[in-house]
Design a protein around this ligand. Structure first.
Ligand code: ITT
Length: 197
């Protein structure tokens, strides 16, 4: 099966490739006329609402472009910081582009409570079948940016399941063993492998 992933983020595509490889499914970014079309994001503080909206828009794009034989994958994710009552959450992208990692580190300066979690919701649709899943990765926010890999908040996110390194200090494979997105995608894989569950 070929999966078209509705994302502009190549890191997300790479993470999905690692996982779906197990079922011999290929994953590539959805492109219409060579580029990812613009999607309207609903005003919502719920990752699933955003993902469902992306899915509906993508499904109608597939229909209009004779791509219905392919499966479509949508995902929405964000960083939820305890001390800020889950902010930036669905606004993670916007906050990253506006105040950036320095802004987050400044907001948390001298704070003892540095707990946070990444959350992801993924939905796969193939023809009229839909599979939904969610994933979490718990961790803490570091005191400074560390590492070169990953993307977004990875230089300041230390997963609890790791060895104290930030996601940016890990390889893609190490991140994909414990990340929120991989956890969510593994839920989809599980449903695909065991359809009766
Ligand atoms: P698409 O919308 O095109 O998929 P995006 O990167 O903007 O790309 P989101 O809208 O889902 O993705 O926004 C999620 C934001 O949350 C993203 O910009 C990052 O700042 C952050 N984020 C989500 N998952 C992350 C991860 O695995 N590592 C680092 N930051 C992540």
């Amino acid at each position: 099966m070929k999966i078209l992933f509705v994302t502009s983020n190549q890191n997300k595509i790479n993470e999905a490739k690692i996982l779906f490889n197990e079922l011999d499914y290929s994953v590539e970014g959805l492109k219409i006329n060579g580029k990812l079309p613009n999607f309207i994001e609903p005003q919502s503080n719920n990752l699933e609402v955003v993902a469902v909206s992306k899915l509906k828009q993508a499904v109608s794009l597939l229909k209009n472009n004779n791509l219905e034989e392919y499966a479509i994958l949508v995902e929405d994710s964000g960083l939820f910081i305890d001390k800020f009552s889950d902010f930036p959450g669905v606004f993670s992208s916007f906050v990253y582009d506006s105040i950036g990692l320095t802004g987050i580190l400044n907001l948390l300066a001298n704070s003892i409570n540095r707990s946070a979690e990444y959350r992801a919701v993924t939905i796969l649709q193939w023809k009229n079948k839909i599979w939904k899943s969610s994933g979490v990765c718990k961790g803490t926010i570091s005191n400074k940016e560390l590492g070169e890999g990953g993307f977004g908040y990875d230089p300041i996110f230390i997963p609890l399941e790791g060895d104290g390194s930030t996601f940016s200090q890990m390889s893609n494979i190490e991140k994909s063993l414990i990340s929120h997105r991989s956890n969510s995608l593994r839920g989809l894989l599980d449903s695909l492998k065991h359809p009766s569950k």
